[in-house]
Design a protein around this ligand. Structure first.
Ligand code: 76R
Length: 249
């Protein structure tokens, strides 16, 4: 029988995409707009405290193109906290001008394909814990897309033996490591949680590196034979200090 792989699971993740209701925004009074901006800044400050205390992490990006305007990515220990965050955003003054565009629910995941070294469970290592409960980078650009592993005829990931899958992912990781310092990747598992099997979140200083890594990986067997991809989202970093100028009309 084909064996599943054990996963190491970390913080719960919510990718929350919002479009700005620009018509309502322009029709609002200066005072209302200020109140809305302030409400978002206040929430961001509150979330930053959570991050400082290492109880979660988040980022805000401006989506390029018409799929959304804002993309928040939140990491928290529980799904309840993620629910609270989206609700508090909806209830805020800013929430009156935000239209839900898309969302993605998943959990930070690392797979245990490699055998334990000297009998040590990798999950107990501090470096593993740091990857399961990461502080997200505030790099200039973000790329998010969901993906599946194929299961069709000869291309069925779920009928491959574990050692074969491990070898294919090892080859994949060698391509990934070439992008050290240029790309930071977070894999979140969403089997049973959302419409695809994994979410891929990449950070880069230079957006061309997204195209480079995704293109190069298309030729790795694990992607060329077993990868299926969803919608791609690209964003530019929006620090709290720049929200007001971004929204100024
Ligand atoms: O976790 C590890 O670092 C060990 C090696 C590794 C695994 C197990 C690894 C390394 N990945 C793993 C698993 Mn990955 N990854 C993707 C994508 O567009 C595409 O073709 C694929 C999207 C990118 C860009 C990427 C980058 N990886 C996975 C899984 C889970 C599969 C499963 O369990 O079946 C998916 C879906 C996936 C997809 N990967 C790396 C990278 C990079 C940059 C690395 C090197 C990380 C490093 O060593 O720092």
């Amino acid at each position: 029988m084909v064996e599943a792989v054990e996963t190491m699971d970390g913080w719960c993740s919510l990718h929350d995409f919002r479009s700005i209701d620009w018509t309502a925004w322009k029709l609002a009074s200066e005072m209302e707009r200020e109140e809305a901006i302030h409400s978002l800044e206040k929430l961001m400050s509150k979330w930053e405290k959570v991050e400082e205390e290492k109880n979660g992490s988040q980022v805000l990006y401006k989506i390029v193109g018409q799929k959304a305007d804002f993309m928040f990515m939140f990491l928290r220990p529980t799904m309840n906290e993620l629910n609270d965050i989206e609700t508090e955003l909806n209830k805020s003054k800013m929430g009156e001008f935000l239209i839900p565009a898309h969302s993605y629910v998943s959990i930070i995941e690392l797979a245990k394909y490699r055998p334990a070294k000297d009998g040590v469970d990798p999950e107990t290592l501090p470096e593993t814990q740091a990857r399961l409960k990461p502080i997200l980078p505030k790099w200039e650009h973000i790329c998010f897309y969901p993906m599946d592993r194929r299961r069709e005829g000869e291309e069925n990931w779920y009928t491959l033996e574990k050692d074969v899958r491990g070898k294919l992912l090892y080859e994949h990781s060698k391509t990934g490591r070439k992008y050290a310092g240029k790309i930071k990747q977070f894999i979140t598992g969403s089997i049973g949680l959302d419409d695809w099997e994994w979410g891929v979140t990449l950070f880069a200083h230079e957006p061309l590196e997204f195209k480079n890594i995704v293109y190069e990986m298309r030729f790795d067997e694990v992607s060329s034979r077993y990868g299926e991809f969803g919608e791609f989202f690209i964003g530019n970093y929006l620090p709290k200090e720049e929200i007001a100028s971004y929204l100024k009309v």
